[in-house]
Design a protein around this ligand. Structure first.
Ligand code: SF4
Length: 262
């Protein structure tokens, strides 16, 4: 592949086309990470099709919010990763900025191929996603050390279609957690940001989470960056500390280990 969207015609599954992809070459696959428990960050894609309205990654990466959904496919990331790994040790965080199992991954399989390289060399991985596409790679994930976080922010499908329009619906993510747990993968549910629509639905939500068999939960409050605050304000959406506290209480009572995100 070379730079430019025209090259994408080599990927034959046109039915799966659900985004705008821009094929690029990356200079480096890995970057040192300041996230707790993660030594190096690996993001096979730039930008994210999930289009979550509460996403603050565009502001962190100084990307226009509309541009964020134009996914950059790092065509050479697998070879770059293989070249950079010698001399590197520690945990590799996959999907620290964008979702490694967004729609592009169905077509390009860069995350899977990176995982193959990391498994071959025995690296510990920490994967974070909002997609049940991760189940496609359960064989690789279960075969090596590491952990997986799956974000679920509520059960209401209509709400999910508004707040996370490109992401799989909540039931599919819960099913991913169920299958990861059943396969004895060290996994956790990331509930965040806790938005106001969860108020009054905490019990039903926590019952569904606990039923997956997941043993850990990370809760995250709404991280309001300036542009994000303006956007959510226009949509009348805000975070809920009350729901966050109630969910913490309920999941703890259900036997889960609960903590704040990082
Ligand atoms: S899945 Fe993550 S990176 Fe992608 S849009 Fe949503 S919050 Fe942003």
């Amino acid at each position: 592949m070379t730079e430019g969207t025209a090259e994408l015609i080599e990927f034959v599954n046109r039915d799966a086309w659900d985004g705008v992809y821009h094929v690029v070459q990356c200079r480096r696959a890995l970057s040192p990470s300041g996230l707790p428990g993660i030594d190096y960050a690996l993001n096979p894609y730039g930008g994210c099709e999930h289009g979550c309205i509460y996403c603050y990654a565009p502001e962190v990466t100084h990307t226009d919010w509309q541009e964020w959904r134009v996914v950059r496919v790092k065509a050479n990331v697998v070879t770059r990763l293989a070249a950079e790994l010698p001399g590197i040790s520690g945990t590799i965080g996959i999907g620290t900025v964008t979702d490694p199992y967004q729609g592009a991954e169905k077509r390009f399989q860069l995350t899977r191929r990176c995982l193959e390289v990391l498994r071959d060399r025995g690296y510990r991985t920490h994967i974070h996603t909002k997609s049940d596409l991760i189940l496609r790679d359960l064989d690789l994930i279960a075969a090596g050390p590491g952990e997986v976080g799956v974000t679920v922010t509520g059960l209401n499908e209509n709400r999910s279609k508004i707040t996370e329009p490109g992401a799989p619906l909540p039931a599919r993510r819960l099913e991913a957690l169920r299958q990861l747990s059943a396969a004895s993968v060290d996994c956790y549910v990331l509930i965040g940001p806790v938005l106001d629509h969860l108020e009054g639905h905490e019990e039903e939500f926590c019952d569904a989470v606990a039923a997956t068999g997941v043993k850990r939960a990370c809760l995250d409050a709404l991280n309001l960056r300036p542009q994000l605050e303006a956007r959510l304000g226009r949509m009348g959406i805000c975070g809920s500390e009350r729901a966050r506290e109630r969910i913490w209480e309920l999941l703890t009572a259900a036997g889960l280990k609960v903590q704040n995100v990082f």
